[in-house]
Design a protein. Sequence first.
Length: 331
Amino acid sequence: MSGTPDSLVVIGLSAVVVAVQGDDALVLAVRPPGAPLEGLPFGPFDPKGHRTFELALRAFVAAQTRFSLGYVEQLYTFGDKGRDAPLADMAAAGGEAPQDGDGQHARVISVGYLGLATAAVETHAPGSDWRPWTRFFPYEDWREGRPEAMPLIEEALRRWAGPDAQRLSRARLLFAFDGAPWNEERVLERYELLYEAGLAREAARDRGEAAAALPAPLSAALGEPMLSDHRRILATAVSRLRGKLKYRPVVFELMPEAFTLSALQRAVEAIAGVPLHKQNFRRALERAELVEGLGRMDVETGGRPAELYRFRREILGARPVSGLSLPLLRD
């Protein structure tokens, strides 16, 4: 906390912890006691207890989930006024919302972090679990083609836009209807459009209003809400990670020491939410010289044995290293 009693500011830390399991990209979620929804691991920063934000983050994630973070990078600082309103869902911060000298809720600023794990290990902590992030953004998964529920969202956006050409053009661009191309990196912009349109359930809650009744199929297509602005933080992380796949070999922070090329491709597809062309993906891997064969086979999958590979981590210090090409599978 900082500032005078009538200008109280609380610094919180939020963690988006991602792992890949099978064909799913998972995020570590927590439901604090008494909280109405799931959220991200979150806690206040106490400068007396921790020397840095990252050390504090690692400590409270371990306390809340009994999971130790590996790769971590700072994501963004979320400081919009009222971002945790109304009533702040402050169970996510571990208690009641602090108040300033006028009895008003203090300004809460959250520093978001992205953490990557090589496995979705059991947390053994009450209220914490790994969730597919498609649970919160089902419309972001195009691996099997255009999601069947997408027309429901598009029609709702058309009704919201009405005769406003600028609104309608923006909706078309972000949600790929009327022939617009899909851009997998614009996760945050799509969520913020749904929030602006009042389709994200957090929008009515944050205004202190009753949520409008939506048809069950449309509600399911829009995804589940989260505590506070945690779904916005998650959208920011997904956007960051999808973009970073292409310019840094960050996907290998999600892989075990030994992996098959099929498992690597499934992990990339789970993160990017799009299907990749198998042969072109492997050719791109060969050109980048990011992996090398281990000379042994994976015989535990129950199918045809496949060669195991490793990430050539030593090249990170030897030369500039780019990410992975994402050759899309075209119909």
